[in-house]
Design a binder for this molecule. Structure first.
Ligand code: G3P
Ligand code: MG
Length: 234
């Protein structure tokens, strides 16, 4: 399986509806996007703590209301072709996935552990309100707390832990979370580690792989899902 990272981050501004459209045009079935809360507690789709890198605005996402976020241009920084693209709400992104029959790997982006409860509550509320099909949804996070909270509020939805470290006891520490998948930085994965992950029964995903020549190696190691900025070349 191939997943478009932040939509299709090499083809369109990341975490935008244009990115979701590029993923659809690439023919893939999964996208990964990042969500966090606006100041007025609406889940929006953006990766960084601030709007600086990916819009023409400034300030922290969590300090700006949806109305303040929505007037920002989230496309021009990438290219003029995408001028006027806006930061989507989670609801808009979910509707786009439903329209195109896409599966969503929704990363609960935690910049501060205080954000966990309010963010997960709003995410679950939004997903339930839209009746987004649970079989097409995967919650993922670097935050174990966020995954625990997802399990409490919506246990039917699969959960994946994202990691860029490989502490020797990592597989033991995540066992109680009853996860579906482990999403690991491809640069730290080796054959031995892949084997031990697969032996636990977890689905194995890697990010962010942009070189299709490496696909065969990772597939041979049992990787199930490749998260890439370039779904078109995969
Ligand atoms: O979900 C995998 C990947 O998105 C995690 O890293 O920083 O791109 O959210 P990041
Ligand atoms: Mg992400």
């Amino acid at each position: 399986m191939i997943t478009g990272h932040r939509g299709a981050a090499a083809l369109a501004p990341e975490n935008t509806l244009a990115g979701i459209q590029k993923a659809v045009e690439s023919g893939i079935k999964w996208i990964e996007i990042d969500t966090q809360l606006s100041a007025d507690k609406i889940p929006v789709i953006i990766h960084d703590k601030t709007v600086k890198r990916c819009t023409n605005g400034k300030g922290r996402v969590g300090d700006l209301t949806l109305a303040e976020l929505k007037v920002l241009d989230a496309g021009s920084w990438f290219s003029n072709e995408f001028k006027g693209e806006t930061i989507p709400t989670l609801e808009e992104a979910l509707l786009a996935c439903q329209e195109h029959n896409l599966n969503m790997n929704l990363e609960i982006k935690i910049h501060n552990e205080h954000e966990v409860k309010p963010l997960v509550e709003k995410v679950v509320e939004t997903v339930k309100h839209l009746n987004f099909p649970i079989e097409k949804l995967l919650f993922s996070s670097f935050s174990k707390n966020a995954l625990v909270h997802c399990q409490t509020l919506y246990p039917e939805v699969r959960r994946g832990f994202i990691t860029e470290h490989k502490p020797s006891n990592m597989l033991d520490t995540i066992k109680p979370l009853d996860l579906y998948s482990l999403h690991i930085d491809h640069r730290i994965l080796n054959e031995k580690l892949a084997k031990s992950i697969k032996e636990t029964g977890l689905t194995l995903m890697i990010w962010t792989l942009n070189d299709p020549k490496k696909v065969d190696k990772f597939t041979a190691w049992g990787v199930n899902n490749i998260i890439t900025d370039k779904p078109n070349v995969f």
